[in-house]
Design a protein around this ligand. Structure first.
Ligand SMILES: [Zn+2]
Length: 106
């Protein structure tokens, strides 16, 4: 049985953060050298303080300090624990009904 840490690492590899965040639907203002910059989904703000560093798989907000990987993004957005977010993402990756279409890259 894989540990939470191993399962999290597998999800980080399987679910690139950039398309995952795009799919979330909030407006991303700019794309720069593979990274995304836009308004933060975790606090009320209309300035582009939120960055998604796709190559390293994490996000960071320079205003409210929100920071993390795809699991933390899911957990924060859906008010889940990290463990619940891991299980939710695993279901999405594996479930034929709701495939994550970008698994394996573009
Ligand atoms: Zn923020």
């Amino acid at each position: 049985m894989a540990t939470w840490k191993e399962r999290r690492a597998a999800l980080r590899a399987a679910v690139p953060l950039d398309p995952f965040v795009r799919e979330d639907g909030f407006l991303l203002l700019e794309e720069k050298g593979g990274d995304l910059q836009g308004t933060c989904p975790f606090h009320d703000n209309d300035r582009p303080t939120f960055y998604v560093v796709s190559s390293r798989g994490f996000f960071h907000c320079f205003d409210c300090g929100a920071h993390g990987d795809v699991v933390e993004y899911q957990a924060k957005r859906a008010d889940m624990t990290d463990e619940q977010a891991i299980e939710h993402l695993e279901r999405r990756v594996m479930d034929g009904d709701e495939p994550i279409k970008y698994v394996g890259g573009e």
